[in-house]
Design a protein around this ligand. Structure first.
Ligand SMILES: Nc1ncnc2c1ncn2[C@@H]1O[C@H](COP(=O)(O)OP(=O)(O)OP(=O)(O)O)[C@@H](O)[C@H]1O
Ligand SMILES: [Mg+2]
Length: 230
């Protein structure tokens, strides 16, 4: 247990049917920090974020945000308590415009102030009337993160945000994550190790569903240290 943690995961295990995928995962996320989670394909990173976010019911363990337990809550209640999940598959409502996607986010959070969204992602202003299904991968990621920050969440769980994106948008997202971490905590699953090492305060390495290393501080959070786990 870490009393200072905003998000605490203790002894979390999860399965798909009879296949066990997560084994006794514990992690602590401090306020206004960036925690990265690295690991090979199939290590269980997405399963971990989905379990925290309430999409998968764990077989054991606890997840708490502040003094609230999140286990057993449906995803919309986890989100309402300020823990937002940005999925790996970049799913948006394709037939709806960018504006309509943001309106749904506002409706869910009762937060109708889009200034932070368009400050972080000015490009969304000119894309407001475009159907989300037509957006490029980078634009779609901007919409996903923009929608997720409505309601000023305490914790953002972001699954492989830079997968397949050009270096310029990766650099932009790096700055956005740094800015967001001034007010929220971020848990980012990411394969881009230079990005991880540039922004993370702590790195958890996952292998076969278990945490095999925890790195912190600039002497440990280095590309050559992290790449052993990819
Ligand atoms: N819905 C599902 N049903 C059954 N098994 C699943 C399901 N989703 C994932 N798995 C399995 O669980 C394991 C962990 O998958 P997960 O998606 O969490 O890995 P990951 O670390 O996010 O991988 P990647 O880097 O490829 O995104 C894998 O062996 C995968 O095949
Ligand atoms: Mg994944």
């Amino acid at each position: 247990m870490n009393a200072a943690a905003l998000l605490s995961v203790n002894g979390l295990s999860a399965s798909y049917g009879s296949a066990k995928v997560l084994f006794d995962i514990s992690l602590a996320v401090a306020p206004r920090s960036i925690v990265a989670c690295v690991g090979r394909n199939g290590a269980g990173k997405t399963t971990l974020l989905k379990t925290i976010a309430g999409f998968i019911k764990p077989t054991a363990g606890t997840v708490t945000a502040g003094d609230r337990t999140l286990i057993g809550l449906p995803p919309y209640d986890v989100a309402r308590l300020g823990v937002k999940y940005v999925p790996q598959d970049k799913k948006v409502f394709s037939d709806l415009t960018v504006r309509e996607n943001l309106e749904l986010g506002s409706y869910a959070t009762r937060d109708y102030n889009w200034d932070p969204v368009t400050t972080y992602f000015p490009k969304l202003k000119v894309l407001m009337d475009r159907k989300a299904g037509y957006l490029s991968g980078g634009e779609r990621q901007m919409l996903m993160i923009g929608r997720a920050i409505l309601g000023s969440p305490q914790v953002l769980l972001v699954d492989e945000p830079t997968e397949g994106l050009a270096p310029s948008i990766v650099a932009h997202l790096k700055n956005v994550f740094r800015e967001l971490s001034k007010t929220a905590a971020l848990v980012i699953v990411e394969q881009n190790l230079p990005l991880v090492c540039a922004i993370a305060d702590k790195v958890y390495a996952l292998s076969d569903g278990a945490i095999v290393a925890t790195l912190s501080g600039s002497d440990e959070i280095r590309v050559d240290q992290c790449e052993r786990f990819l």
